[in-house]
Design a protein around this ligand. Structure first.
Ligand code: IYR
Length: 219
């Protein structure tokens, strides 16, 4: 029996310093990432968005099935429809669906059902998870694969000097209708992306991180 077709591991980008220094430097950049809700309407080029999506698309996935679709919306009329659909779900959430604990946990973030950023941000990247491949084939570790791709997307946007929000109006089926995506593509995350508005503020609470010794265990 023939083995897998193997090629040499590509030479990786040389960070120009030793691993701890490189890891620290990346960490210090990523620690400055914040979700924002106050976007500028300053344009971002399609080329920039393409590079960011290419980064997400470089993510590992179950059996390399790449079970994702990144629908990048810049059309103001479509952004408006998405805002209307999301705000409808969010009103339901804030007025009925969320329990008191959930609302109390959200209070420090100051969120409500108004989502003007869905129109202000120059781009909305709607990430879909594919419950079957484009060839109709099976996919594996769907949530893990798409989650990793989204993490890489957020990092790429941040390194490009752009801000993002991980927005999850729930349920998100309205995105299939608006964007004409088939049923087997399930909305996973709605990511507004752009420049922060001048004077953009973020909740202090969102900046706090639990101490490393509470989240990291070395054995
Ligand atoms: N989707 C709502 C509520 C919300 C829920 C969580 I969990 C958050 O971390 C933030 C918001 C909204 O976007 O307002």
């Amino acid at each position: 029996m023939q083995g897998p077709d193997l090629v040499p591991l590509p030479a990786r980008h040389d960070p120009g310093c030793e691993p701890a220094a490189a890891a620290r430097s990346f960490c210090e950049v990523m620690q400055k990432r914040r979700s924002i809700r106050d976007f500028s309407d300053r344009p971002v080029s399609k080329e920039t968005i393409e590079w960011i999506v290419r980064t997400a698309h470089a993510a590992p996935s179950g059996a390399n099935k790449q079970p994702w679709r990144f629908v990048c919306v810049q059309d103001p009329a479509i952004k408006r429809q998405i805002r209307i659909g999301a705000e409808k779900e969010e009103r339901e959430f804030y007025e009925r669906r969320a329990n008191d604990t959930w609302l109390a946990d959200l209070a420090p973030l100051g969120t409500d059902s108004n989502k003007p950023f869905l129109e202000t941000a120059p781009w909305l990247i709607v990430v879909f998870q594919l419950t079957k491949g484009d060839d109709g084939g099976q996919v594996y570790y769907l949530k893990e694969s798409v989650g990793i791709a989204c993490g890489m997307l957020l990092a790429a946007a941040h390194l490009a000097g752009l801000a993002t929000l991980t927005h999850t109006p729930s349920p998100m089926a309205f995105l299939n209708d608006i964007l004409g995506r088939p049923k087997h593509e399930r909305p996973y995350l709605l990511i507004p992306i752009g420049h922060p508005a001048p004077g953009c503020m973020v909740p202090r609470a969102a900046m706090q991180r639990r101490p490393l010794d509470q989240v990291m265990v070395v054995v």
